[in-house]
Design a protein around this ligand. Structure first.
Ligand code: ZN
Length: 138
């Protein structure tokens, strides 16, 4: 069995944002030489997410509105976590959107359903953060 590991670095200009990381994951798959197996992609931080959904800007706006209803950023004082930090909402948003995805690799390609794309979701950005890509197979 072969294995491949890479850390992708990201930095969003705003506190919250979404990045389609599918091209970077495809580059990792190509570099790995693996044709059949699995790829795991996970956020390495507890205030950001990796998830699969549609690359559609209206939907990303809808995520923002939905997450702000469930875990509003402000007032910061509503959260006990916000003693030394102001990112309690980001921890909760990450719980809702998930930590990682696993995608099947078939004949050297990501074996997606229609419209599936891999996203990094940032909820406490404006700093450099990492995503882990781990591929196993043969
Ligand atoms: Zn925190």
């Amino acid at each position: 069995m072969k294995s491949y590991r890479k850390e992708l670095w990201v930095e969003t200009p705003n506190r919250r944002g979404y990045i389609n990381i599918t091209p970077q994951v495809e580059q990792c798959l190509s570099a790995s030489g693996i044709r059949e197996g699995l790829v795991l992609v996970n956020a390495m931080h507890i205030t950001s997410s990796v998830f699969i959904n549609d690359d559609e800007s209206g939907l990303h706006h809808d995520f923002e509105v939905w997450l702000e209803k469930l875990a509003p950023e402000k007032p910061h004082s509503q959260y006990r976590h916000n003693g030394f930090e102001d990112n309690a909402d980001a921890h909760m948003k990450r719980q809702l959107m998930g930590r990682e995805v696993v995608v099947a690799i078939t004949e050297g390609r990501l074996d997606f359903g229609p419209w599936e794309q891999i996203f990094y979701g940032e909820y406490d950005g404006k700093r450099r953060k990492r995503i882990l890509v781990k591929i196993i197979g043969e």
